[in-house]
Design a protein around this ligand. Structure first.
Ligand code: MF3
Ligand code: CO
Ligand code: CO
Length: 303
C-alpha cells in the first residue's frame, strides 16, 4: 500500500473481531449489537510511524501535555469552563504554534462541529463536555482533554483536576482511574496484545468496585486523529491485536463510581453517566518502542 506520506508507512492487517466500537459513534449500541450478531471480520489499517514521524508525534505530544500543565493554576472555584477553554485555545494557537484538533471537529461529519479547544467534563460528565458558562465550584472533579496538531501530527491527552478539596469518594475514583491507566500503559511492548492492556485496566478498576465505560475507547493516532486500532479498556490477556514497534495509540480509561451505562445529551457531544454517578478519565498517547513503550504526553516527566 502507498504510504500516506513520506513519513508514515501504512501497513494493513486483517483482523477478526467479534465486537467493535467507534470512538464517537452516534448510536454505538445499535452498531455493537449488529456486529455481535453477525461477527463480521473487520479490515483494520494500523500505521507504523517511522523515526521521523515518531519525532513529530513526540513534539505534538509534548505540546498537548504543556496545555494541561499551563491550565492547572486556572482551575479554581468560580471560573467557567468557557474561560478555561479560551485560555487553552490562546495558548495552543499562540505560543505553541499548533492547531486545535477539536475546534470544528465533526467526528466524520455526523455531529455539529465541536466548539472547544478542550473538552471539559465535570463530575457525572464522562467525556466530550463542551466548554461554556458552567461555573466550577469547590469539590467538583474536572477532566480536561486536549488534542493539538503540530506539523500534521496529533497529540492527545487528558487529566483530572480537583476544584478545591475533593470528597474522599471522588479522590479514590480519580486515583484509581489514574492507576488503571498506568497499569494499561505498563503492558505496552512489541508482542503484547490489546487484550493485555484492557485486562490490566479492567482488573484494577473492577477490584476497586468501579465500572468501565464501554462505548468509548482509546485509538490509534498520528496524521489522523482517530485511526485504528481501537483500544478498549477491558479484555482478556493474550487476545486481540498484536502490538508492533512504531505504533502510536492512546489509552484513556473512563471509570464510573456507579453503573457503567452512559447516555449522550441532545447537544450530540456531552456524554454523562445514566445514573448521574461520578466519572473520571485519564489519557496518554503512547509509542511502542523496541523494548517497551514511551509515553509521548508526559508532563514534566510524570504520568
Ligand atoms: N480528545 C478526545 C479523545 O480522546 C476526543 C475529543 S473529540 C471532541 O479522543 F470533539 F469532543 F473534542
Ligand atoms: Co483520545
Ligand atoms: Co483526548
Amino acid at each position: 500500500m502507498k504510504p500516506a506520506n513520506g513519513l508514515a508507512l501504512k501497513t494493513t492487517f486483517v483482523a477478526f473481531k467479534g465486537r467493535a466500537l467507534y470512538h464517537c459513534a452516534p448510536s454505538p449500541h445499535n452498531f455493537l449489537s449488529f456486529r455481535a450478531r453477525v461477527e463480521l471480520p473487520i479490515l483494520m489499517s494500523v500505521t507504523i510511524k517511522t523515526p521521523e514521524a515518531q519525532d513529530k508525534m513526540r513534539a505534538a505530544g509534548q505540546a498537548a501535555a504543556s496545555v494541561l500543565t499551563m491550565i492547572e493554576p486556572h482551575v479554581k472555584p468560580g471560573v467557567t469552563t468557557g474561560e478555561l477553554d479560551r485560555i487553552c485555545r490562546e495558548f495552543v494557537e499562540g505560543p505553541l504554534g499548533c492547531v486545535s484538533a477539536t475546534v470544528g471537529y465533526t467526528a466524520g461529519g455526523s455531529r455539529p462541529p465541536f466548539t472547544g479547544a478542550i473538552c471539559t467534563s465535570v463530575n457525572h460528565v464522562v467525556c466530550h463536555g463542551i466548554p461554556g458558562n458552567k461555573v466550577l465550584k469547590k469539590g467538583d472533579i474536572l477532566n480536561i482533554d486536549v488534542t493539538v496538531i503540530k506539523d500534521g501530527y496529533h497529540g492527545d491527552t487528558s487529566k483530572m483536576y480537583f476544584v478545591g478539596e475533593p470528597t474522599v469518594l471522588a479522590r479514590r475514583l480519580v486515583e484509581t482511574c489514574h492507576q488503571a491507566m498506568i497499569q494499561g500503559i505498563e503492558q505496552v511492548r512489541p508482542g503484547a496484545r490489546l487484550g493485555d492492556i484492557g485486562h490490566a485496566i479492567q482488573q484494577l478498576a473492577e477490584a476497586a468496585g468501579y465500572a468501565i465505560v464501554r462505548e468509548y475507547c482509546g485509538h490509534g493516532i498520528g496524521l489522523v486523529f482517530h485511526e485504528d486500532p481501537q483500544v478498549v479498556h477491558y479484555g482478556r490477556p493474550g487476545t486481540g491485536f498484536e502490538l508492533k514497534e512504531g505504533m502510536t495509540f492512546t489509552i484513556e480509561p473512563m471509570l464510573n463510581a456507579g453503573r457503567a451505562a452512559v447516555k449522550e445529551l441532545p447537544d450530540q457531544w456531552t456524554v454523562v453517566t445514566k445514573d448521574h454517578s461520578l466519572s473520571a478519565q485519564w489519557e496518554h498517547t503512547v509509542l511502542v518502542t523496541r523494548d517497551g513503550h514511551e509515553v509521548l504526553t508526559l508532563r514534566d516527566g510524570a504520568l
